[in-house]
Design a protein around this ligand. Structure first.
Ligand code: FAD
Length: 264
């Protein structure tokens, strides 16, 4: 299907993506006192349009979105976490929900404090930018997609340092990005900037050092720079081939590359 290689430690698992969503709706959002209902409605609207969900999850997201739209329309109605919890619990019993347990596959760290949710959030965001493009979504531009991700990060991401950094680095996104392809590349570059900044931090999982992504063993053609071998920042590719990187990301984060079962 493609010329790119895939390594298990970079696999995309539906379990990581759905765990990200479960974490969002049962742990991250509900710790706030009052929820920013417009930003939540826009983010869930993005999930409805671009997340390659299994049918049960798709139903849940659609019902949740409709409910949020109703709350947003009513200007005087605040959205409290208790209402969201109630909504979530109501749908837990039927076949219209997310898995209850948060479990990591690719995002499993070597110790519990490493990787996990932030890793799955990045994978979710890349999956969204790619699938908005491949689904040919016309009701949203690439800038809209990133603005909705930015709104989520600003209002809800519980890592405040991450949220502040990401918010600042994306402040000109509406001028810099127009198309879905540009949004895919913008997010890839932004993620690499974060990887580079964190590469020297001791809080990083020693078994998963931060690298210039994608490494050569995943996509040798992605860079003109043939000197580097191990993709640490000292020998990171200086000249990326954006078109090759774009094609790589579109394959890597496509619906066809998401592992649905444990054995895949
Ligand atoms: P992650 O960086 O989480 O990456 C997850 C997976 O994405 C990787 O395994 C790889 O398969 C893939 N990937 C890696 N790079 C790219 C790329 N460039 N393009 C596409 N795919 C890629 N932590 C801080 O300490 N300070 C911060 O300021 C900070 N800001 C953050 C901002 C956001 C929006 C998010 C979601 C997280 C942020 N984090 C921050 C957390 C940090 O970036 C990592 O998520 C965390 O350290 C776990 O790293 P990881 O090794 O699991 O890989």
């Amino acid at each position: 299907m493609s010329n790119f290689s895939f390594l298990p430690r970079y696999d995309i698992h539906m379990r990581d993506l759905e765990s990200a969503l479960s974490f969002i709706f049962t742990r991250e959002i509900v710790i706030k006192k009052i929820l920013h209902k417009e930003n939540l409605e826009r983010f869930v609207g993005l999930l409805v349009q671009c997340f390659p969900a299994r049918p049960a999850v798709n139903r849940f997201l659609k019902i949740l979105h409709k409910w949020l739209q109703g709350i947003v329309k009513d200007k005087d109605r605040p959205l409290r976490p208790s209402a969201l919890r109630l909504f979530y619990n109501m749908h837990k019993a039927d076949n219209t929900s997310l898995p209850e347990n948060v479990e990591w596959r690719t995002c499993q760290g070597s110790r519990p404090q490493y990787r996990g949710y932030p890793c799955s959030l990045w994978i979710l965001f890349h999956t969204l930018t790619v699938n908005c493009a491949t689904r040919g979504i016309t009701s949203l531009t690439g800038a809209d997609v990133l603005a909705r991700i930015r709104g989520y990060v600003k209002s809800f991401f519980s890592c405040l340092e991450c949220s502040k950094h990401f918010y600042n680095m994306s402040k000109n996104v509406e001028k810099e990005v127009h198309t879905h392809n540009e949004a895919i590349l913008w997010l890839w570059r932004a993620h690499n900037k974060v990887n580079k900044r964190l590469s020297k931090e001791p809080s990083t999982d020693p078994h998963f050092p931060k690298i210039a992504y994608p490494p050569k063993d995943l996509c040798i053609e992605c860079s003109d720079d043939r000197k580097g071998h191990n993709n640490t920042w000292n020998d990171s590719p200086s000249t990326w081939r954006d078109n090759v990187v774009l094609n790589y990301l579109k394959v890597h984060y496509s619906v066809h590359n998401i592992r649905l079962s444990e054995s895949e």
